[in-house]
Design a protein around this ligand. Structure first.
Ligand code: CDP
Length: 210
């Protein structure tokens, strides 16, 4: 069972992907972490985010690094990740590892921005998770506050809008739903409801392929 989940910042795709992976007993890859870790590697060493050569080196060396998720999930790294993610050479450097993960015999769940379009265009189940910018900003503000970051809702909403524009407007693998993705708007759905809706998508696929 290979499931591709894409969507904009704080749409709930990570939570959904984790739950689906647990439910089906397959591994989950949060591909945003790869871009966050690439950005963090540059920032920690004092390099510029637009230093293509070093960014590619960081991306290639990621397997050697132990992810410190706490450091990566902060607000600054989300922004920085979306800057390095717009560099085509960085995306290229990360493709193989993602495809290898996706080709495990038991299946996998991957979430990101280009899973259904670029990384796993043949994934049998693709879900594109959306929610209104205001709802996403509320969720992200709560999440950041929970992690002890000082947050201001208006600034988080501004971040979300900026990131949507950057992720959707870039030339390399822009954020967009694959033609065969099922849209899942979670604006009015809680986590459990979104999970049930996603299970329905999977069930429909299984019924159809019988
Ligand atoms: O959790 P959130 O959606 O805010 O961020 P994320 O999924 O960790 O992704 C951080 C940034 O990495 C995004 O804004 C994208 O620019 C980039 N990204 C990407 O380009 N392609 C992916 N497959 C995953 C993330």
């Amino acid at each position: 069972m290979l499931i591709a989940i894409d969507g904009p910042a704080a749409s709930g795709k990570g939570t959904l992907a984790r739950r689906l992976a647990r439910h089906f007993g397959v591994p989950h890859l949060d591909t945003g972490l790869l871009y966050r870790a690439t950005a963090a590697g540059l920032i920690d060493k004092g390099y510029r985010l637009d230093d293509v050569e070093r960014a590619v080196g960081m991306a290639r060396g990621l397997a050697l690094v132990d992810f410190n998720e706490d450091h990566l999930r902060g607000r600054e790294m989300g922004e920085a990740a979306s800057v390095v993610a717009a560099i085509p050479e960085v995306r290229e450097a990360l493709i193989e590892a993602q495809r290898r993960f996706a080709s495990r015999p038991e299946g996998a769940v991957l979430d990101g921005r280009d899973i259904g379009t670029v990384i796993c265009p043949d994934a049998p189940v693709k879900i594109f998770v959306t929610a209104s910018p205001e709802t996403r900003a509320q969720r992200r503000a709560l999440e950041l506050a929970g992690r002890g970051e000082k947050v201001d809702y208006a600034a988080v909403l501004e971040d979300i809008r900026k990131r949507d524009a950057r992720d959707s407007g870039r030339a390399a693998a822009p954020l967009k739903a694959a033609d065969d993705a099922v849209m899942l708007d979670t604006t009015l759905l809680g986590i459990d409801e979104a999970f049930v809706a996603a299970l329905r998508v999977v069930a429909a696929h299984i019924a159809q392929s019988k």
